[in-house]
Write a protein that binds this ligand. Structure first.
Ligand code: FUL
Length: 624
């Protein structure tokens, strides 16, 4: 009976281009399918051709560029003056040439970020390059990038933020959806082939903000009509957000996932019912398959910036080569595509430090992961030989994903003078899995699949002797007031309420101060011991993976005597919810003070507590 059911479903979904019978992209389990049937059906889910083409890119470049580049912010509020946008030396050829030399095959540009400023002269709003002094208001960044991509054979993807803080109609759902469709239509009609459409899921409106019901079905149909080969990412059903912005994929990463894309009706409630979230550890185990309604091919994309922020900020630096090499191993090496952001600067150029770092990464990849040491590869038997006993410390495996994702667990064994030895163990493989191992001298290697959903076809098996770049001590580019000089004064004005507040400024990010609940906001006051010159501060949220109790809106005040206070900074920690890294705020000039006060006006999750892993004061030049 069950077999017939499966056969009937296969018949409905079979594609001729495959040798066997497969479900292309998704399968809905019949209610009566038992666990074995569900596992078998999941094993037959295969990617679409455009998903395969996307996965094979391995590396994609992200370009965050826009009004934030000129205001030094991560999330603009939509009130920025377009006159600020003036990248005097903008040169898209320089971007694409750099990215192409670094080995990227596709680039995605933030055509519109949350601030609503459009990098093309749209007819939908005046908040665009057309209202800027750049190229006398006649410029079009999307066009210049398109043309440069054509010159270098680079694919183009576009990021269009659904959340729009400038559009007056945002929150008036029908009207905004029509405006968004018009923007999408312009981008997907006038700029040639677009290979990835990126809708992020961010919205910082908060409980009292504007409520916009997006018409995802309508957006999707526009994409399908105008760019049928484009994958739709994040708020899309071709490419899934990995769940963090720090460059790390899951050790067990199923491209066949039980999680429903957020663009589908009822997805939020459905995913919550089965305990699946963006950041969740399990999105595709057998235990999930046995409980959920079906599975789909929805592979992971790891988005991370080469710098701390997504937009260019003068005082930030590119990540070290070591960090980038680790990010590669932990993303591409964990069955994901790496979407690496390289933000152009205010001149409209990729900074020379960033392009030098990209070239170092390319050289590192070519010399470490470029040539496998394996000989006489027998992929069906999953064995290979090495040229005599050879030291290896890294193994790479890949499944033929056009036949689905099968491996649930595997062992890698190596032949040493003492016989066969297990060198590594893993769970999922998918398109690519890279494992680093303790160095071992091997003359042969074999992979044993210890658990799988269906028949396994390996596409690739390789071994390397890699050398990770030396770990660089993170350069302390800021001078911070030493923790031992600071003393808690009060919490919400009460000296007796500040027991434990030292955890917020003890120089140790692993100790977190969490306030008592309060619905009137939170305020901490700290004595820095003596009057000093202050340039700014750094807030490190108490990250718990869910980012609860994280401050979103704040005010920062300074005082020389603890009585007279000056508001010296305030606003939002833009994007702290997705990327809870230390938030640096610079005052723009040095201020003399002995006391500081941080007031939280709203948290990212509406929680009535705040958590501070660390608040550090950036010291200015005492001579100022
Ligand atoms: C997030 C945004 O809020 C960030 O600003 C950035 O664009 C990142 C890639 O996606 O959702």
């Amino acid at each position: 009976m069950k077999r017939n059911l499966i056969a009937a479903l296969f018949a409905a979904a079979t594609v001729a281009s495959h040798a066997g019978d497969y479900f292309v992209k998704e399968v809905v389990f019949p209610a009566e399918a038992d666990s074995a049937a569900r596992v078998e059906m999941a094993s037959k889910v295969v990617p679409t051709p455009r998903q395969i083409a996307w996965q094979e890119l391995e590396l994609t470049a992200f370009l965050h560029f826009g009004i934030n580049t000129f205001t030094d912010r991560e999330w603009g509020d939509g009130k920025e003056d377009p006159a600020l946008f003036n990248p005097a030396a903008l040169d898209c050829d320089q971007w694409v040439r750099t990215l192409s030399e670094a080995g990227f095959k596709m680039v995605i540009l933030t055509a519109k970020h949350h601030d609503g400023f459009c990098l093309w002269p749209t007819s939908t709003t005046t908040h665009s390059v057309a209202a800027s002094p750049w190229r006398g208001g006649k410029g079009d960044v999307v066009r210049e990038l398109r043309d440069a991509c054509d010159r270098y054979g680079m694919k183009l993807g576009l990021y269009l933020s659904p959340w729009d803080r400038n559009a007056e109609c945002y929150g008036d759902s029908e009207r905004y959806n029509s405006m968004f469709v018009a923007q999408l239509t312009e981008l997907l009609s006038n700029y040639g082939k677009v290979d990835e459409v990126w809708f992020d899921g961010a919205c910082g409106e908060g409980p009292n903000g504007k409520k916009q019901e997006y018409d995802w079905t309508r957006f999707k149909s526009v994409i399908e009509r105008l760019q049928p080969d484009a994958v739709t990412a994040i708020m899309g059903d071709d490419v899934r957000w990995v769940g963090n912005e720090n460059g790390t994929g899951r050790l067990t990463e199923w491209s066949v996932t039980a999680k429903k894309p957020g663009i589908l009706p009822g997805a939020e409630e459905y995913n919550a019912r089965f305990g699946m979230s963006d950041m969740g550890a399990d999105l595709g185990s057998r235990s999930l398959l046995c409980r959920t309604d079906g599975v789909r091919w929805w592979p992971s994309e790891v988005d991370v910036s080469i710098r701390p922020g997504w937009f260019y900020h003068d005082r930030e630096e590119a990540k070290s080569l070591r960090k980038l090499a680790e990010i590669y191993l932990n993303s591409v090496g964990r069955n994901s595509v790496l979407l690496l952001n390289i933000p152009p600067d205010r001149n409209g150029l990729i900074a020379s430090a960033d392009s030098a770092r990209l070239m170092e990464l390319r050289r590192w990849l070519d010399s470490n992961l470029g040539t496998s040491l394996l000989r006489d590869l027998d992929l069906p038997k999953r064995t290979a030989r090495l040229d005599g006993p050879t030291e290896i410390n890294c193994v790479e495996l890949g499944e033929e994903i056009s036949k689905g994702q099968q491996i649930e667990s595997f062992d890698v064994e190596v032949l040493t003078p003492q016989g066969w030895k297990t060198a590594a163990r893993g769970t999922t493989v998918g398109y690519k899995r890279i494992l680093t191992l303790a160095p071992v001298k091997a003359s042969a290697l074999r992979v044993t699949v210890t658990g799988s959903r269906g028949d396994v076809t390996l596409r690739n098996l390789a071994a390397y002797r890699i050398e990770l770049p030396a770990a660089e001590a993170e350069r302390a580019d800021l001078e911070l007031v030493p923790a031992k000089e600071m003393k808690a004064v009060s919490v919400n004005g009460s000296a007796s309420a500040c027991a434990g507040l030292e955890k917020a400024f003890d120089g140790d990010v692993t100790t977190v101060w969490t306030s008592a609940p309060s619905d009137g906001g939170h305020e901490i006051t700290v004595d820095m011991g003596r009057e000093i010159s202050v340039d700014g501060f750094v807030y490190t949220p108490g990250s718990d993976g869910g980012f609860t109790n994280t401050i979103f809106k704040y005010e920062f005040q300074l005082s020389r005597d603890g009585k007279q206070w000056n508001n010296v900074a305030g606003g939002e920690f833009g994007n702290v919810v997705n990327n809870p890294i230390p938030q640096r705020v610079f005052l723009g000039k040095s201020e003399k003070a002995r006391y500081f006060r941080l007031r939280s006006k709203a948290t990212v999750d509406g929680s009535d507590r705040v958590a501070i892993a660390e608040i550090s004061i950036i010291r200015g030049n005492e001579a100022d």
